[in-house]
Design a protein around this ligand. Structure first.
Ligand code: SF4
Length: 253
């Protein structure tokens, strides 16, 4: 009998997102220059911060939306302590799930979303096991995940990149997005969701999972430590000569 990882999930075909337009060579060159400057600052290769199975990473990612890492981490541990496994979360009452994740932003929205997403995965796979995604290419795996209501580009990329799947996907969080916008890698009106495909297309197609993870982490860390939301510290930024927003600290975003 095939293992859960070898079984083909019972899923309807999913439509792949359209391929993004090829990156402007000048912008792609800047994206590479930014990567090369920030890597030594933040110490690439950066160790992975999680080694969760993909379903656990999915829950962790759903908890993390607009929530500090410490709080979403506590909520994740509380969920694990309260429920024997993720199947038990599907069967649980919403007040019980909501109580376990009370420390995150919008627990009343996240509790039903987590339960419904887990239920959809189980219905489409026959069990709560996403190991089969490792046999798909990244875009197909992302399309499969994003066909489930409640899973967007950031969550699908996080599941593939941060989990034990270690697939070459590029997540974009709010810090990464802000820094990319200020640097002119994406336009001022490009939202976080569409920015995933644009920023990925600027990086070499052959980059490994670690390369893309590093790219996400260094831009996120730069946003947290230097290119702050309100007062970017341009005076101590190693990207100042590459940045059209340099020395305009009050400029949004
Ligand atoms: S120069 Fe200023 S605005 Fe540009 S990336 Fe650096 S900190 Fe951010």
């Amino acid at each position: 009998m095939p293992s859960a990882a070898e079984r083909t999930p019972t899923t309807r075909p999913v439509r792949r997102p359209p391929s993004p337009a090829p990156a402007d060579p000048a912008v792609a060159g800047k994206a590479l220059a930014v990567h090369a400057r920030l890597c030594p600052v933040y110490g690439c290769p950066i160790p992975y911060f999680h080694s969760l199975d993909p379903v656990s990473e999915l829950v962790s990612s759903l908890l993390s939306h607009r929530t500090r890492n410490a709080e979403s981490g506590r909520a994740f541990k509380a969920l694990r302590a309260r429920f024997a496994d993720w199947d038990s979360v599907i069967e649980a009452g919403l007040p019980e799930i909501e109580a376990a994740i009370a420390g995150v932003t919008w627990p009343e929205l996240k509790a039903p979303r987590i339960r419904d997403v887990l239920r959809a995965v189980r219905e489409r796979c026959g069990s709560l096991d996403l190991a089969f995604l490792a046999r798909m290419d990244v875009e197909a795996a992302r399309a499969w995940l994003q066909a489930i209501p409640g899973i967007g580009p950031k969550t699908s990329a996080a599941v593939l990149s941060f989990s034990t799947l270690r697939m070459p996907a590029l997540p974009v969080d709010s810090h990464h997005h802000r820094v990319a916008q200020r640097l002119g890698l994406i336009g001022p009106r490009v939202d976080v969701g569409p920015s995933h495909a644009i920023l990925r297309a600027q990086l070499p197609a052959e980059w490994s999972a670690q390369d893309l993870y590093d790219n996400h982490e260094i831009l996120m860390l730069h946003g947290q430590q230097v290119c702050h939301h309100r007062r970017p510290a341009c005076g101590r930024c190693v990207l100042v000569d590459l940045c059209p927003s340099a020395m305009q600290p009050t400029r949004e975003p």
